[in-house]
Design a protein around this ligand. Structure first.
Ligand SMILES: Cc1ncc(COP(=O)(O)O)c(C=O)c1O
Length: 368
């Protein structure tokens, strides 16, 4: 992890504190309210946001949640209880399994049928081979931890049709749906129409503070609301979180294609240079990975030194690779990364590798 107690002046990392300073966020929010803006009720920011996102997604209703973790587990709980089935399918690197302490099981008594290869997208063959009744299947678009990969549209439709044909629900982990949309280039409601339930994050590309929305038909949203209350998520006065998300909602879809183009340009420069490898090549979305031929800990130290000396935060987390002595980090292009030219990123990656080599040399026992 990066020590962000050091002042960050620029960042390649979307979630860096650079644009999340409380004063900046509050000023943006202030511009959206006047003396008559109510805190809640049908004209309050939460209801406005819910209506706008339901409209964007072409769903009957949308419901605010304090987190995507709660929203997604709730969606799966509702699908499972309705069908009397406890198992859902998801990719082995699904956020639900990797980052949520198996809440689906600990809290909801659900079982995950891990589906597909660890480093590849789920396929229709993977789903056809499941062999047990499912309550639901989850598609994370893009699949973040394998470099932001997306299935081709026809492939996705085939997968969803197969799953729904068995009576299971289709759920979209659309934490980064704006990113995915830059690849599919289809209206949001056309993408969402594939799915029974859709979760969107309010703080990734939308750059809000926290929070999520779950969109679906009215009956599903009503049931999800009961679970939200049971789980302690029916918080009143969530208006600051909704307002922060509304700040960027209007402009985001227009900005995203430029982010994707910039991601493609950075990745091309890295691959042409050859010292590291950008994957996928070319990136499908504004999110991709940079793979480094260097030890994770040495790279982390190099990143700390670069932050201390230049005030540049390069990543949120460096992850080891299955091949020893290699690691990778995620680049998610948004306003932050737009400030870096592709050549500058190449130079920074080279600096990381040079510094990491020095760190690694210092660790090796002396020989003569
Ligand atoms: C793909 C994906 N799904 C779900 C979540 C969970 O969202 P939250 O942090 O709001 O619980 C995240 C958060 O990073 C995510 O990346």
């Amino acid at each position: 992890m990066v020590d962000t107690s050091r002042p960050v002046r620029r960042a390649l990392f979307l979630h860096s504190p650079v644009r999340r300073k409380p004063r900046v966020v509050l000023e943006q929010m202030l511009a959206l309210v006047d003396d008559d803006t109510p805190a809640d009720g049908p004209e309050g920011p939460v209801a406005v946001l819910e209506r706008r996102l339901a409209g964007l997604l072409g769903k009957e209703q949308a419901l605010f949640f304090p987190s995507g973790t709660m929203a997604q587990q709730t969606a799966l709980r509702v699908h499972a209880d309705r069908r009397g089935r406890r198992t859902f399918a998801a990719h082995p690197q699904s956020h639900l399994d990797v980052w949520e302490e198996q809440g689906y099981n600990a809290v909801h008594d659900l079982r995950l049928h891990r589906t597909g290869d660890l480093h590849e997208l789920m396929t229709v063959q993977d789903l056809a081979a499941i062999g047990e009744p499912l309550a639901a299947a989850v598609w994370e678009l893009p699949q973040r931890d394998i470099g932001g990969l997306l299935p081709e549209w026809d492939d996705l439709c085939e997968q969803v049709a197969l799953v729904r044909g068995t009576g299971a629900a289709a759920h979209l982990d659309g934490a980064r749906l704006w990113e995915a949309q830059t690849y599919y280039r289809r209206p949001f409601d056309e993408i969402a129409a594939q799915f029974d339930t859709v979760y969107l994050s309010l703080y990734k590309s939308l750059q809000g503070v926290r929070g999520a929305v779950l969109a679906s038909d009215a009956a599903t949203v009503a049931e999800a609301g009961v679970w939200r209350q049971r789980l302690g998520g029916g918080i009143r006065d969530a208006w600051p979180l909704a307002l922060a998300a509304l700040v960027h909602l209007d402009g985001l879809a227009d900005e995203m294609p430029a982010y994707r183009e910039h991601a493609i340009a950075i990745a091309a420069a890295i691959n042409q240079d050859g010292a590291a490898r950008a994957y996928p090549d070319p990136p499908q979305t504004p999110l991709f990975h940079i793979h480094l031929p260097a030890d994770r800990r040495a790279v982390e130290q190099a990143g700390q030194a670069i932050l201390a000396e230049h005030g540049i935060q390069l990543w949120g987390r460096v992850r080891s690779a299955s091949e020893p002595g290699r690691c990778a980090f995620e680049v998610s292009v948004g306003e932050n990364a737009m400030e870096f030219t592709p050549d500058e990123v190449v130079d920074l990656v080279r600096e990381v590798l040079t510094r990491a080599a020095v760190v690694a040399d210092g660790r090796r026992p002396e020989t003569d």
